[in-house]
Design a protein around this ligand. Structure first.
Ligand SMILES: C[S@@+](CC[C@H](N)C(=O)[O-])C[C@H]1O[C@@H](n2cnc3c(N)ncnc32)[C@H](O)[C@@H]1O
Length: 253
């Protein structure tokens, strides 16, 4: 595999994990302050945990749930069911999207580090906001999962493409957001190391959330060897997350 990550998520396994994403999502929604009449975009919605939360907040508004993964969107649909205030859209934030939405607010949780071209992603988000619209997002930032990246680099399987993430820093993110047209920009990097004590859960977490696309490149027998190799080389059962947390506004005029 090369370039952008493909569609290979396992939604059932994803939702069964002890996800710090819950906290990250809550932090994003607290900063976004959706109001009851807002039209809100959830960009990279996955299985729709935060989509469902926003639907409950915007009681007289609507939510657009956008993702590039058909398996995640199917899981979202079965989790939330039919709701006339929800629109589900399959789309790639890394390619120019021509979607005619003018949202009051847009947010994204743990998705944008899977998009190599942030400039394109931010331009897409800008286009989908109305003037005065707010953007808040969280994703992996500079230094994220450094210990796992270090292990991947140390492996003999050099042929494995591990360049699937875009862990951007503060300055480039400010610049990319400004180039897309945003103002009132704030960007921070937040360290958030988690520990998963149970070895089996840790293994499943790493394969489901961190390395699904590395594993997808391998035959089943190779996957076991690769995963064991990675786990054996990791110094602990900690994941050294660093979150890129940003807020920005599309100017009113
Ligand atoms: C780790 S999941 C996070 C899902 C959800 N926001 C959450 O917090 O649980 C990352 C999601 O981003 C989506 N994604 C990755 N790259 C994308 C892209 N280029 N365009 C749209 N969605 C993308 C994936 O398909 C996946 O559903």
């Amino acid at each position: 595999m090369s370039g952008e990550a493909s569609n290979d998520w396992d939604p059932e396994s994803y939702d069964s994990m002890p996800l710090p994403h819950l906290r990250w999502g809550d932090r994003v929604l607290a900063a976004l302050h959706p109001t009851p009449t807002d039209l809100v975009l959830d960009a990279g919605c996955g299985t729709g945990r935060d989509t469902a939360k926003v639907l409950d907040i915007v009681t007289n508004g609507r939510v657009i749930a956008l993702d590039r993964s058909s398996s995640m969107l199917r899981a979202l649909r079965s989790k939330i069911g039919n709701n006339e205030r929800l629109e589900i859209v399959m789309g790639d934030l890394g390619s120019e999207l021509d979607l005619n939405y003018r949202c009051d607010a847009a947010f994204s949780v743990a998705a944008l580090h899977w998009v190599k071209n942030h400039q394109t992603a931010f331009s897409n988000l800008f286009q989908m906001l109305k003037p005065g619209g707010r953007l808040v997002f969280d994703c992996g930032g500079r230094g994220n999962i450094a210990s796992i990246e270090g292990v991947l680099r140390s492996l003999p399987e050099q042929q494995l493409q591990f360049d699937v993430w875009n862990f951007a820093g503060v300055l480039e993110t400010k610049e990319n957001l400004a180039n897309a047209g945003f103002t009132d920009i704030t960007v921070d990097l937040i360290k958030d190391t988690i520990q998963i004590d149970d070895r089996k859960v840790f293994e499943k977490y790493i394969s489901t959330l961190v390395l699904p696309f590395h594993l997808a490149e391998l035959r089943v027998d190779e996957q076991k060897v690769f995963l064991k190799d990675v786990l054996d080389r990791l110094p602990s059962q900690q994941i050294d997350y660093v979150r890129l947390f940003a807020k920005a506004t599309r100017p009113s005029i």
